[in-house]
Design a protein around this ligand. Structure first.
Ligand code: HEC
Length: 85
């Protein structure tokens, strides 16, 4: 079990190393951490599937005013990830 965990962490690491910087279109989930850190202090986290892209975009602008542009993009990528496939 532990090995499995380490194994998958390692492969995520490799994936990030390989794809992280080059494909700006899809950074690996830094948005997930950002989302739980920045957006859960006032209300519980809302399922990403609950809103469409436009709506998330609106909310990220509305509530993410303290985030940098890059952070907003990461957050939005995370929230709308499944819609980009
Ligand atoms: C300073 C407190 C605060 C923070 C931080 C915050 N929110 Fe909110 N959020 C609220 C309040 C209050 C409401 C409900 C009132 C409203 O809808 O305007 C709300 C409502 C929402 C809603 C609408 C929920 C619904 O059911 O319609 C979304 C989506 C949302 N927030 C997303 C975010 C995201 C994304 C972040 C992080 C970037 C975030 N919030 C951070 C205070 C906050």
């Amino acid at each position: 079990m532990k090995n499995l965990l380490i194994g998958s962490l390692a492969s995520i690491g490799v994936f990030v190393a390989v794809h992280g910087c080059r494909s700006m279109a899809k950074p690996m989930r830094p948005g997930a951490a950002l989302y739980s850190r920045k957006c859960s202090s006032c209300h519980s986290l809302i399922e990403p599937s609950r809103f469409d892209r436009m709506t998330w975009h609106h909310y990220v602008e509305k509530y993410g005013e303290r985030l940098t542009l890059e952070q907003k993009q990461q957050l939005l990528y995370y929230l709308t990830d499944s819609m980009q496939e």
